[in-house]
Design a protein around this ligand. Structure first.
Ligand SMILES: [Zn+2]
Ligand SMILES: [Zn+2]
Length: 205
């Protein structure tokens, strides 16, 4: 089988406890789970199209955008990587209404095991896709807040005690220990309880 066309971020879903990955190639969706254990070959023909405007670009910025889009889209701003720096309240969000729709919605702070335990945040509506994107073998939502900014503030506080990065080499080698995330949560929560209360966070069970 040979396919060619533009590729973009894999679609993910959970089917009876198994993570499913599909790679868009042109107008086709390739079921990646079917290829586990098979040999595949990828060839890059040098063409990059912006994930927003579709124009060709020599270089990809912010994982898939042309330079002008990367400068103008709120989703490419630094505050997406560092949610604790959300500046919507200052009136400087690049796309205030996109910000309202995406950052002022319920967000969840979670623990996941992808290459060891890590803390992360995501929009509540993006569960479990966020974890499948990251290749986590298990995950546990621990707190819920009503904005991205608040989730970032709690994540920063938790980073003093737990990693926030995935070691992808380790993850790909599947060198993953079993971790009792509930036990980790019970150890961590008291350390950020004051902040969580202050931000009106809901403890998730
Ligand atoms: Zn563009
Ligand atoms: Zn923002």
């Amino acid at each position: 089988m040979q396919l060619s066309g533009l590729i973009s971020k894999m679609h993910t879903s959970l089917s009876m406890g198994t993570a499913q990955y599909q790679l868009p190639i042109g107008d086709k969706l390739l079921n990646m789970n079917d290829l586990i254990g098979e040999t595949i070959q990828l060839e890059f023909n040098g063409q990059i199209n912006c994930a927003n405007c579709g124009k060709t670009t020599n270089k990809s910025y912010s994982q898939g955008y042309c330079y002008p889009c990367c400068q103008k889209l709120a989703r490419c701003d630094l505050c997406i990587m560092k949610p604790e720096t959300c500046h919507h309240h200052l009136g400087t969000c690049r796309e205030p209404s996109w910000g309202l729709d995406n950052c002022f919605t319920p967000h969840v702070i979670y623990l996941a095991n992808s290459s060891g335990v890590k803390v992360g945040i995501t929009r509540k509506s993006n569960i479990p896709n966020r974890w499948i994107d990251q290749g986590a073998v298990s995950a546990l939502p621990i707190l819920e807040v009503d904005t991205r900014l608040k989730s970032g503030m709690i994540e920063v506080a938790l980073k003093d005690f737990v990693n926030d990065k995935t070691n992808w080499r380790k993850m790909l080698k599947n060198e993953i220990e079993v971790i009792d995330l509930k036990q980790v949560r019970d150890e961590l929560l008291p350390k950020v309880q004051l902040l969580a209360n202050e931000l009106g966070a809901k403890t998730l069970n």
